[in-house]
Design a protein around this ligand. Structure first.
Ligand code: DQA
Length: 147
């Protein structure tokens, strides 16, 4: 078994650690990336962890996942709330995608309650801080087993 899981992070997530720690926690994205790679090793797959502030780059990475990844985790950041291009890119690929957020977007401002990505993904995990990533990796393991 040589599965790769893409973990894609959208805008402003490179600021984790400094950015509103009361909402997003004190860990940096690098720390979360290390935790994901460790968890991936335990679960039996390789984690390819990436971040970009650019919507089109996320679209390109989703297309790339179609050939290279067995599953995708995406924290689309604010683009989840705005991007029909991400919705379409998720629907364009056959690799299963899981959406995640550190914060509970449903308990925050109304403009965060809806994401355009949610109807296109397998499932959404939010509200568990950096553990949202680890829970989503567990879910990815189940999806990969089902494939
Ligand atoms: C976020 C939630 C979004 O509403 C916000 O724009 C982010 C981070 C989260 O992980 O909680 O950038 O995706």
């Amino acid at each position: 078994m040589n599965h790769t899981v893409f973990v894609l992070n959208g805008p402003n997530l490179n600021m984790l650690g400094k950015r509103e720690p009361g909402i997003y926690g004190g860990k940096t994205l690098e720390m979360i990336g290390d935790e994901c790679r460790d968890a991936g090793r335990t679960l039996g797959f390789e984690v390819d962890f990436r971040q970009t502030n650019h919507e089109g780059v996320l679209v390109d990475w989703l297309h790339e996942a179609n050939d290279k990844a067995s599953a995708v985790l995406i924290n689309p950041g604010a683009y989840g709330h705005t991007s029909i291009a991400l919705h379409d890119a998720i629907r364009a690929i056959s690799t299963p995608v899981i959406e995640l957020h550190l914060s509970n977007i449903h308990a925050r401002e109304e403009f965060r309650h809806k994401t355009w990505t949610a109807p296109a993904v397998k499932g959404v995990i939010c509200g568990f801080g950096s553990d949202s990533y680890l829970l989503a990796l567990q879910a990815a393991k189940t999806l990969i087993k089902e494939q």
